[in-house]
Design a protein around this ligand. Structure first.
Ligand code: HEC
Length: 272
């Protein structure tokens, strides 16, 4: 059975290795928000929102394990707020919500006694995320684009896959003046696992200047929601110019097949 296992994010610095579910290796890093080439307007809004929502709950309730060097996966309970925030983004609020109330995860620290705190934290956080998205570039749902899927045919060498955002789209898009989106893909098979690597996402504007935000990847039609780094992309691109949208690389362990497809979901794409 084909199954997604993990989506890991390899940023440029601060790489942390840790043990992962037994047999295979895993590498993760702190999300280095400063490494985004363009402004990261949500960063300034969301870190305080994290501190006002999950921050103190996690740093008091999960601190026995979720700190640097601790046994817990993801150091989101550490006292350094920006490092805790980065680890939180990687772990995702959904998984934190689930495990915080799970009596089988790390009782007595986790369990249903945390439900009220989690409900409050998640309401505050989700509201901040929604406000942040709405407040950056005025992007509505309508301005998003999903490209058509393309077979990756990945090899061990980086290979560019490019979509024309006027003609190679599954939803949204059109009228961009011939803009293209490109991402490099390669795959590495080691110790029985195949890992896809995605890097150097670029937007090349055509005849019209563009504004772009929130990039996610879709493998075989499934949005990879754990890939939080590129979602912070936010850039203005002058007509006929090319802008690099992220310096971090996404990687995904996958039981691959020759027909695996890649599509790009762009939250906001607007002409300026
Ligand atoms: C006694 C140690 C311990 C405590 C306390 C603990 N955890 Fe964990 N946690 C672990 C370990 C070990 C792992 C890695 C193995 C696993 O996934 O179960 C983990 C993994 C996780 C993951 C998965 C992270 C990822 O990136 O896959 C989440 C989310 C998580 N814990 C949430 C919490 C939350 C929220 C709390 C506090 C309410 C908490 N844990 C308290 C030990 C702990």
């Amino acid at each position: 059975m084909r199954q997604l296992t993990f989506l890991f994010i390899l940023a440029v610095i601060n790489i942390v290795s840790f043990q992962n579910c037994g047999q295979d290796f895993a590498v993760r890093s702190d999300l280095n928000l400063a490494s985004f080439s363009a402004g990261s307007s949500c960063e300034s809004q969301l870190q305080p929102a994290f501190e006002a929502s999950y921050g103190s709950f996690l740093s008091s309730t999960c601190v026995a394990c979720h700190v640097p060097g601790g046994p817990g996966k993801g150091a989101f309970a550490q006292s350094n707020p920006s490092a805790a925030f980065s680890a939180f983004l990687l772990a995702t609020s959904d998984r934190i919500d689930t495990l915080a109330v799970s009596s089988s995860h790390a009782s007595p620290f986790t369990g249903t006694q945390n439900q009220t705190a989690i409900n409050t934290a998640s309401a505050t956080w989700n509201q901040a995320v929604a406000a942040c998205k709405a407040g950056t570039g005025g992007g509505s749902e309508d301005s998003g684009v999903v490209t058509m899927p393309k077979v990756m045919d990945a090899t061990a060498t980086n290979k560019d896959i490019t979509w024309n955002l006027d003609t190679e789209v599954a939803s949204g898009g059109g009228g961009t003046g011939g803009a293209t989106f490109t991402v490099a893909v390669r795959k590495v098979t080691a110790a029985g696992y195949t890992t896809y690597f995605f890097n150097t996402p670029r937007l090349k504007a055509g005849s019209k200047p563009l504004h772009i935000e929130d990039i996610m990847i879709k493998i075989n039609g499934q949005t990879q929601t754990l890939g939080t780094t590129w979602i912070m992309a936010n850039a203005d691109v002058a007509a006929n110019a090319t802008v690099s949208l992220a310096t971090s690389q996404l990687f995904l362990e996958y039981v691959d097949s020759a027909s695996d497809t890649l599509a790009i979901s762009i939250g906001v794409l607007e002409t300026r």
